[in-house]
Ligand binder design. Sequence first.
Ligand code: ATP
Length: 235
Amino acid sequence: ASAPTLLEVEQVHAHYGKSHVLQGVNLRVADGELVTLLGRNGAGKTTTLKTIAGVIQPTQGQIRFGTEIVSKLATHQVAQRGVCLVPEHRGVFKLLTVEENLMLGQRKQSKWQLDDVYQIFPRLKERRSNGGGQLSGGEQQMLAIGRALMNAPRLLMLDEPVEGLAPVIVEEIVAQLKVIKAAGVSIILVEQNLEVCTQLADRHYIVEQGAIVYEGSNADFLADEAIKDRYLGVG
Ligand code: ATP
């Protein structure tokens, strides 16, 4: 039996001014599932995440989260329902301490409290009194994910979480994301590092010119070198 659908994006279009960036995106994420959104630069991956988060309003189509249509809601209302976007440039407050940054995300009813976050990210515990600006790139990324957890996400959306990080830190973050997934959080991952993607994902989507051009299980994707050549320019 497959898990119930948590997120359903149906025929979603989005514009930046006159530029028609999303041209009918269709995707779904099941409860507890991790899916990637792959595709070349400018394909529309970040725009898809922003549209799901309510940062951008779709000009057509519909987004369902749980049993509710959320595509007309403001971003804070979408966030209240448990959709959390960790943007590419992390948004760590440099003048606040690590712990203050984490507490900014806190929601009382969250099953994720400080100690839970520190258990997943021991480096953040060690650095709890340091300023956000003193952290390495990898630690800032952990802090951004940790703060998102404090906000009790049912769906966590990560935009290039390991970009520019050293391999040993990348491995650490992969292991941490496995723990978060195992705790039942659904995840949409936008990431250029295919090895990271295939270590984590249940399924993959490829976006090209604002539409989904491929959907496949991790096993099918791994077995199909031609897909990587055709859509991603790697292989
Ligand atoms: P990348 O990895 O380069 O971020 P992406 O797949 O995430 O790629 P998007 O950032 O979603 O792509 O961009 C999709 C298209 O929309 C691109 O052509 C981009 O130039 C354009 N675009 C993105 N943000 C804006 C904006 N704020 N205003 C106008 N056009 C934008």
